[in-house]
Design a protein around this ligand. Structure first.
Ligand SMILES: [Ca+2]
Length: 494
């Protein structure tokens, strides 16, 4: 009897089709949680696993050790809002008419997304995920189609905002720390505001809250957001979740919390980055503690390159430079600029058992690819009107050797200068009518705003302009750029 049962069991197991066995570990049967940690102005050279030595980032390095590190990951813009829009919508922001001409969205500017646009958050939400955004939003609030809109913060309900584009919950800042309103917003309300508490608008953008105690404390913001992330992970149990943690570190002002002051070997800037690293550690520990590590994909990246000081006016970055720290690693340029330092960022994916640990890849990819990649991870097809510049990078994340994500990536500086990278080549196109910010910094702008062509394989620091020497390459890349503009998309229509 026993042996008959054993034989039956053996046959039953042998006949189980491999697809069923596979299904147990597949994404659709057991969808992973996704934690996206977006640093703010963190340069390529600010992380130990990307070459930093004057500051220590053991937790981010641990992610790299346990995951896959990309060395040719690009942000679509060299400032905050364009990259954040690209990340959420999988589309270059210069296609969006509400995009502010100076690149950076005004703190009182309207919500940058149409209500029917698929975002990373709505993608997860419609797949049954709990979705949360924490930290810096900077993608606008309110209706309207003028980039320089003025949001009325005196209203009780702050909307439309993150909750209207796919997030179940939001806790954080409207834009940069220091921008008005300087009060945390939780979902659609100011934190601490009771019925009857007045918020007055003063002039175009300033506010006067019900009490000076309403304001957050700048040096506590990063810690507060990290704490919220930990609480979210500890509470999350039943449903899979998408957690977007948009820290304000190390964006100016450089305000490390007291317990991190003096801890790095390159001054307050290094201290601030080390604080960010500690917060990454808190999030990783929370995943460990709750037993969620195995089924959670963690993506760590930055919204644009770092701020590099040319002089002591940017005191913290200057001090870091004097101490031998290179914020943008080996690259030329910085935040705002069209050179690599503005766009090339750390990009690390950890997903145990799915993404090969301790590996790296120089596959070309962009922040706009996160949307299509997450859609692939969920087994979803993006609709036609979504993710126009988003390519599926899942095979590259998973370490498939021949995986190629995209042919080219288009870069847009805050002055409105465009560049395109394809293969080793990077073409920078002179802009005959640069954006209004350019007028304020003409000398620097004139130097950057030229027809330029670099071979990044031979010349990663962009020192030798090969424009005249390589007319064939210039023609090909100029053509790709023109096509991208004319077609309204770069990713294939689905
Ligand atoms: Ca930024």
């Amino acid at each position: 009897m026993k042996s008959l049962f054993a034989r039956f069991l053996f046959i039953a197991l042998a006949l189980t089709p491999p697809a069923v066995v596979h299904a147990a570990g597949s994404t659709r049967a057991n969808p992973p949680n996704v934690v996206l940690i977006l640093a703010d102005d963190l340069g390529y050279g600010d992380v130990g696993s990307y070459g930093a030595t004057k500051l220590k980032t053991p937790n981010i390095d641990r992610l790299a050790r346990e995951g896959r590190r990309f060395t040719s990951a690009y942000t679509p813009g060299s400032v905050c809002s364009p990259s954040r829009y690209g990340l959420m919508a999988g589309r270059y922001v210069w296609r969006e008419p509400r995009h502010h001409p100076t690149g950076v969205h005004a703190p009182g500017g309207p919500l940058l997304f149409d209500r029917d646009r698929l975002t990373l958050a709505t993608l997860f939400q419609k797949n049954g995920y709990t979705t949360a955004a924490l930290g810096k939003w900077h993608l606008g609030f309110g209706g309207g189609d003028k980039p320089s809109g003025r949001y009325d913060w005196s209203q009780e309900e702050i909307k439309p905002g993150p909750l209207e584009v796919g997030f179940d919950t939001f806790y954080g800042m409207a834009a940069n720390v220091g921008n008005q309103p300087r009060i945390y917003i939780e979902n659609r309300r100011f934190v601490g505001r009771q019925p009857g508490d007045a918020v007055k608008m003063i002039g175009r953008a300033d506010i006067e809250p019900w009490s000076p105690a309403a304001y957050y404390k700048e040096d506590r913001v990063a810690g507060d957001i990290a704490k919220k992330a930990v609480e979210f992970i500890e509470r999350a149990k039943a449903k899979p979740f998408f957690l977007y943690v948009a820290t304000n570190v190390p964006h100016n002002d450089i305000t490390p919390a007291a317990e991190f002051a003096g801890k790095s070997a390159c001054g307050p800037y290094g201290d601030f980055v080390q604080e960010l690293d500690a917060h990454v550690g808190l999030i990783l520990d929370a995943l460990q503690r709750t037993g969620l590590v195995e089924n959670t994909l963690v993506l760590f990246t930055s919204d644009n390159g770092g701020v590099v000081a040319d002089n002591e006016r940017l005191a913290a970055q200057w001090q870091a430079k004097q101490a031998g720290h290179t914020i943008c690693g080996p690259f030329r340029g910085r935040k705002h600029s069209i050179y690599e330092g503005g766009f090339r960022v750390p990009f690390i994916v950890r997903w145990p058992g799915q993404v090969p640990a301790g590996t790296s890849s120089d596959t070309l990819l962009g922040l706009t690819d996160v949307l299509a990649t997450c859609a692939a991870l969920l087994g979803e097809k993006l609709p036609v009107g979504a993710g126009e510049d988003s390519f599926n990078a899942l095979p590259a994340w998973k370490g498939e050797p021949a995986a190629r994500v995209r042919e080219a990536v288009i870069l847009d500086s805050s002055d409105g200068v465009f560049a395109i990278r394809a293969g080793p080549w990077k073409l920078i196109e002179r802009n005959a009518a640069p954006r209004e910010t350019a007028k304020a910094r003409t000398a620097k702008m004139d130097a950057e705003n030229q027809d330029q062509l670099f071979n990044l394989a031979d010349d990663p620091a962009e020192t030798k302009n090969l424009w005249s020497a390589q007319p064939g390459i210039v023609k090909r890349l100029t053509g790709l750029l023109a096509e991208a503009r004319a077609n309204g998309r770069t990713a294939p229509a689905r």
